[in-house]
Design a protein around this ligand. Structure first.
Ligand code: FES
Ligand SMILES: [Fe+2]
Length: 367
């Protein structure tokens, strides 16, 4: 599948974000992930549960059934399934065959999200959950929204690893000078690979103090130096962000400075990226910052602006998807700015190939 190798869709043996923690509760939630229908809920003790979304009897959607204690009763003929997926009751018979069950998926709760393991359950290990830096003491972590994109997840990965698009897609927020190449965009891109992670960054020097900086640090003067990393923690979690510094302390000022006195502050934007189908994606947002820690109104305001930014990206990706459905990588042309995105594509493709290599025909893992 473009832009991966022929036949490659998505890796399964990894954690994917399924929902914000607040979306999973004591009512059934249906969600399609990696082209499989699932149903989510919480047991009375708060533990999240993920089961296959279709009743194994006659394929009725379990979301149209009822939660009874910690079990789900199918809304068609009343079969009842426990949180482990086993059928515990069939209304017309005393005995329930042990083979009567729905698939149960391993779940974990982390970063305010419910994560699910869609592959071989024996490999599901909470230690494999991505644990990006920039949370913890001195940082405020807060949540944004769950959105949906009618485009394949790899287009979003491309987007997040070529941030030159901000000058064009998000021109209303970042207001770079019109009619000129954005300042600093010709700076070299640095790439660092650590295992399955990739850290890309293009530090921008001497960019104008724009509306985005004003939103974060109040009115300011002069020009800024800006770190804007894109960190790949596998395809499920990308972390972007900014660190704003005065380009020339003598010639500039900011209303709000970080206590370290060296910069305005550091902001991290978390992008939970989960394929729904081969041509659609769930998109989850969260943030952290190390300044204005007690300013709830700013958290809300920033999340609102971010929502608009994401919608601009969604509109762009949905405009690309119809052509992506017919495309091959041989038909596209790349520039220097694509080094990070192409590296990410290759890492993802290799991850899928490694999984395929350890699977026997029929999908069972080799012993
Ligand atoms: S389809 Fe679920 S009980 Fe028959
Ligand atoms: Fe964007």
């Amino acid at each position: 599948m473009y832009p991966l190798e022929d036949g490659q869709l998505f890796p399964r043996n990894q954690w994917w974000v399924a929902a914000q923690s607040g979306e999973v509760g004591r009512t059934l939630l249906a969600r399609t992930l990696l082209e499989e229908e699932l149903v989510f809920y919480r047991k009375a003790n708060g533990e999240p549960v993920a089961l296959a979304g279709r009743c194994p009897h006659r394929l009725f959607p379990l979301v149209n059934g009822k939660l009874m204690g910690d079990d789900v009763a199918c809304g068609y003929h009343g079969f009842v399934f426990g949180g482990d997926g086993r059928c515990v009751h069939i209304p017309t018979q005393d005995k329930v065959p042990t083979s009567m069950r729905v698939r149960q998926y391993p779940v974990a709760e982390h970063m305010g999200w419910v994560w699910v393991w869609m592959g071989d359950p024996t490999l599901a290990d909470p230690a494999l959950l991505p644990r990006p830096a920039c949370a913890g003491p001195g940082w405020l972590f807060w949540h944004g929204i769950t959105t949906h994109i009618k485009a394949r997840y790899t287009l979003l990965l491309d987007n997040l690893f070529d941030l030159t698009h901000v000058a064009y897609v998000h021109a209303s927020v970042f207001n770079f000078p019109e009619g000129e190449d954005p300042p600093g965009f010709d700076a070299p891109l640095s790439l660092r690979v650590e295992g399955d992670h990739l850290f890309a960054a293009r530090p921008l020097c001497g960019v104008p103090y724009d509306d985005y900086a004003t939103l974060q640090f109040g009115p300011g003067q002069g020009t800024m130096d800006l770190d804007s990393p894109s960190d790949y923690h596998g395809p499920a979690l990308i972390v972007t962000g900014t660190v704003h510094r005065l380009h020339d302390e003598k010639a500039g000022s900011l209303a709000i400075m970080h206590p370290d006195g060296q910069r305005g502050g550091a902001l991290r934007v978390f992008h939970g990226v989960t394929p729904e189908t081969r041509s659609s994606t769930h998109y989850f947002s969260a943030f952290s910052r190390d300044y204005r820690l007690d300013d709830e109104a700013f958290s809300q305001q920033f999340a609102q602006i971010d929502r608009g930014i994401r919608q601009e990206d969604i509109d762009a990706l949905e405009a690309i998807e119809p052509a992506a459905a017919r495309a091959t990588t041989a038909q596209e042309q790349s520039g220097l700015q694509d080094a990070a995105g192409i590296r990410v594509r290759r890492m993802l493709s290799q991850q899928i190939a490694r999984e395929t290599a350890v699977l026997r025909p029929g999908g069972q893992p080799r012993p």
